[in-house]
Structures are given as C-alpha cells and as structure tokens.
Design a protein around this ligand. Sequence first.
Ligand code: CO
Length: 208
Amino acid sequence: MDFNKVFENNENWIAEKIRTNPDYFKDMNKGQSPSLLYIGCSDSRVSAEELMGLEPGEAFVHRNIANMVISIDLNVMSVVNYAINHLKVNHIVICGHYQCGGVKAAMQAQDLGILNPWLRNIRDVYRLHRDELNQIKDEQLRYDRLVELNVQEQCINIIKTAAFQEAFIERGIQIHGWVFEIKSGKLIDLKIDFVKHLKDIQEIYKLM
Ligand code: CO
C-alpha cells in the first residue's frame, strides 16, 4: 500500500466534501448524533457506512471478530451502553456476513490459542442450535446458517442488557439483525422478531 496515496486521497476527499457543502467539517465539528449503533465484523471486505450508503456522523460503529456481543467484553459493552444511554440511538444493528472467518474457525477442531475463548462464544451458538444445524448436510449451507444464527444470538445478547431493556420501555428502541453477502454485495435483513425474543427470555433475563 502506498501511504502517500492515502494522504493524497484524504486531501481529495476534503475538497470534494467542501465543494458540495462549504460548512461540512465545521458542522461535523459541533458534535455527533448518530441514529444507529452498528456492530459488525472486523473483516476488511465488510465496511460499515459504505455498504449502508451512510455519511460520517450517521452511525456509531463497533467492529470485532464475528460481530460478537459478549457480556464480559468491556469494549463492546461500553459501546452499547454509551450508544443507548448517552447518544440515545433508537436502532441497533448487528451485521454479520457470509464467509466469516471467525465463524469458520469456530466450526473447526483446532486449537487457535488466544482466539479460543472468543470463538467459544460462537461454538456456544452452534451448541444451542445443534439440532437444526446438524440436519443441514451441505457444509457451506450449514456454515451460512451458523452465520445467521450467530447474528440472531448477538441480537439476543443485546436484549439481555439492562440498558436495552430500559430503553425499550422508555422509547421503544429497536434491534435489527442483518447479513452482508460478500459475493453479491447484498445486505439481507433477517427480520428478527426481537420483541418475541425479548418476551421469550424475560422469564430469566428480565432486569427491571
Ligand atoms: Co467475519
């Protein structure tokens, strides 16, 4: 990669933004009020703003390996709490993607060192949905389905938080589960019925 080119690109980008709105950066400097929190995979092929056609300032973004929401990961939980309680977002998106290396790794019998505890959360998703997944004989289709179920489980992990449960009662915050299909560029809405999941889990996870 030519890093001189990166800074040249940056200069071109500034010029383009100012050409369409002379106050673009002055306005942005005033603060942020994104309307959604996007949690996606770190995969270099899956951008956040670009695939949604959003501008800087429109999405609060967190990315990690396999778009996980792990209750003891201080990083993701800080992002979730800050977005809900301070930025007051009304929408949370969990966006997974097919061909996810993290999900693939969790399907292999392999010691991956420091990645083991992280990937174990994906193995737990497999265990929760073992009956459905083991019925899928085609390995690629089983892998695709695990990507989808992982998105669903991470949505459920969000609704287990006090911050989400409070914001749902207060202002009807919503959560969306999506999958990005790399081979076509399509964003697929899994249409997760989070209210149903919320009701299902509240017997155990109700925090207020
Ligand atoms: Co991935």
